[in-house]
Design a protein around this ligand. Sequence first.
Ligand code: AMP
Length: 219
Amino acid sequence: MDLILFGPPGAGKGTQAHRLSKLLGIPSISTGDLMRAERAGESDLGKKFDSYMSQGLLVPDTLVVELLEGRLGRADAAGGAIFDGYPRTLPQALALDELLASADRAIQHVVSIDIELDEMLERITGRRACQATGQIFHLRYNPPPADFQGTLVQRPDDTEAVVRKRYEEYTRKTAPLKEHYGDRGLLRAVDGVGALDQVAARIRTAIGWTSGCRGGPAV
Ligand code: AMP
């Protein structure tokens, strides 16, 4: 199965993609994570990504599509994938359609996780990661345990000014993709507000997944 988790920054796409990945036995592919890995390696490509990411701007399509193509070509993605944070523009969506079609595959579900700007700002600006393990916490909703010894760091693009820019990019360039998938009857919207388990259950319903039964259209 190939499916897209769609939604503004902070909607919970990454968390839900990891859960779904375990449930469905297919990898979750996050172009944001792939870019952060390049940045951490301080490659030339990583430096290029950094100049866009640190300002909350979308990375140009040609670079993103190349990155995605490389990841999709790996063996673990041969039977399907969950796309998290990709596509973010129409050219990216068209490139994905083509890449999948060349392997006789197609997107089966697009789940849009919806949240409002205020909720998103609160979630993202309170997000912190353990520097050593990468484990994600939230200062208010999911604080580290009392005996936590590590150092908490904030993603450089999680500051309020950059998050507002990311949201603007989402609204202007990414949200219009809903029409691309809606016209094909693939789009389902779920409320992204609530406990992780609740949102996960809404997503499973949206893709028509019931215990032991994968796929199927949502009813
Ligand atoms: P994310 O981790 O998905 O929130 O992405 C973090 C940042 O990486 C975004 O604000 C963009 O600068 C960049 N990025 C990630 N995925 C894409 C994409 N599909 N297209 C363009 N830029 C992207």
